[in-house]
Design a protein. Sequence first.
Length: 187
Amino acid sequence: MNLTSRAARRAAVVAAAACAVLAVPAAIALAAPSSAARSAVAAARPATPMCQTPGLVEWINTNGNGYAGGVVYTLNFTNLSGHTCILNGIPFLYAVNLGGSQVGNRARQDGSNTPNVTIKNGGTASSQLTVVDVFNFPKSRCHPVTAAGFKVFPPNQQTAKIIPFPFSACSARGKGSANFLSVTRVK
């Protein structure tokens, strides 16, 4: 009787071990999320937001690259929002006087929109700002004045910031007046 009882216990232990070996992979498979579940979790995670004007510092590298007839400056957008964000497109800008009013025509936008530019917190994206020498234009099309800076709207934003930067500008606006500013897409 002792022998049978020992054999029965041994058979029960072996059976339990075999069940455990089979149950562990099944439990792991049930615990691991399916690809559909992983996709649902990823979709629930918020997408990287667009950069908002209040979270950006807008500035110009004043060491421009001069050429016969003007200067090309780097217009920078530094992300200080506290999180990663996206810029996409071409800034909208124009020269302003000390009162913040527009001087001359708005900058011509050169280039087309590009894929999103992801800017980590503390990172910077840039655009090229060309300022044509106002003396290249007839006075009747330009009316030269000194501008106090630029009013810059980051791509796809309704709010602007003013960048102080005195320079020679054309005050004439409208059809037939000089286009002395141009800006490229953000990279």
